[in-house]
Ligand binder design. Structure first.
Ligand code: PMP
Length: 356
């Protein structure tokens, strides 16, 4: 095999590393904000039935418009949305990529407030979109005045706000979103990947009268469906028309559509563990604070904990004990996903002796 350096690679990709957290077979995996409860067996059986019904017709391309799935997403979200307001793709990473393909590009500055989701700069790079990240305020919070000023000065064509924010867990208020929208003429994306864990109101409530507002969601977190790769977006119907211009033909397979339909049909069961996860999240906050660490407030299914003298050593110590968390590169911190009660107990038990 020759090496990557020998290939005439696109110049802006030279020296880049593939994105992704380590995938290790560790008993307690609290590193990528999955829902560790898994899928209830009765729901799994229904998913298998829907998949089986599709298999005999896999010789045909799937419904390119995935109309039935879009109606189910509209029904799940409420807010008087209809299928014309909905779009979906293979994970919200693909949804966001399509948004950048349709509304970004070399002439359009994309802006976000960091630290935030580390795929935003990657997606910007892939779509040849210039990207800037301005710092968040103290404790990683954002206020309406700060955001409005920053946007007015930077003059972006696309702004992306993560609510609650990964990797800090910080929620933002609807006032911040209103202020951001009113401070420029471009596309405002609110990434609500962790919305179901957030007690605050969704930006979906702001959609009426705001055709430049896009709210993206995923089934990877609360729905425990990361392996199926299903993300979706709610917006004005004209935005959906724009996304049709950049999607690859038949991008959402018949099997993906069937699995997502079946899971949505059991939304109540699939979401049952959200409250349990929130209890474990709050337990991680309380206990790490008792241990002398500084957890940030979180409205998601993970906690960013500061105050580690040597996060790498703690990461390695936990890994040796069979627990993987995430070092997101913010000095002195580790990000910990809230899992089941037993997983949290194991994590907290293994953490204490490592703090020395
Ligand atoms: N947005 C945020 C903020 C995320 O944390 C993630 C997953 N880590 C995603 C989007 C993408 O998730 P998926 O592609 O699985 O829907």
């Amino acid at each position: 095999m020759s090496s990557l350096e020998d290939l005439p690679l696109r110049p802006d990709l030279v020296g880049q590393k593939p994105y992704g957290a380590p995938q290790l077979a560790v008993p307690v995996q609290l590193n990528v904000n999955e829902n560790t409860f898994g899928i209830p067996e009765s729901v799994a059986l229904d998913i298998v039935k829907e998949l089986a019904a599709e298999v005999m017709s896999l010789n045909r391309y799937p419904d390119r418009e995935f109309v039935e799935l879009r109606s189910l997403f509209a029904k799940y979200l409420g807010f008087n949305l209809s299928s014309e307001n909905l779009w979906a793709a293979n994970g919200s990473n693909e949804v966001l990529t399509q948004v950048f393909q349709a509304f970004g590009g070399p002439q359009t500055l994309a802006l976000s407030f960091g630290p935030t989701y580390s795929m935003y700069p990657n997606i910007a790079r892939l779509t040849l979109t210039p990207y800037r990240e301005l710092p968040r305020e103290a404790e990683f919070e954002l206020s309406p005045g700060y955001v409005a000023n920053a946007i007015s000065e930077a003059k972006p064509g696309l702004v992306i706000l993560c609510n609650p924010n990964n990797p800090t867990g910080t929620p933002i208020s609807l006032e911040v979103i209103r202020a951001a929208y009113d401070s420029f003429e471009g596309i405002l994306v609110v990434d609500e990947a962790y919305a179901e864990f957030n007690d605050g109101e969704s930006a979906i409530s702001l959609l009426p009268g705001r055709p430049r507002l896009l709210v993206s969601r995923t089934m990877s977190k609360a729905f425990a469906f990361a392996g199926a790769r299903v993300g979706y977006l709610a917006a004005d119907g004209a935005v959906v028309d724009a996304l049709r211009l950049v999607r690859l033909p038949y991008h959402l397979s018949a099997l993906t559509q069937a699995a997502a339909r079946a899971a949505l049909g059991h939304a109540d069961r699939m979401l049952e563990n959200v409250e349990r996860i929130k209890v474990q999240r709050d337990r991680i906050i309380e206990r790490t604070r008792d241990l002398g660490l500084q957890p940030y407030r979180s409205s998601a299914n993970f906690v960013l904990v500061a105050g580690f003298n040597d996060p790498e050593a703690v990461f390695d110590g936990l890994l040796s004990a069979g627990v993987i968390v995430r070092n997101v590169g913010i000095p002195g911190t580790l990000r910990i996903t809230a899992g089941t009660e037993a997983e949290t107990t194991k994590l907290l038990r293994e953490l204490e002796p490592l703090l020395g």
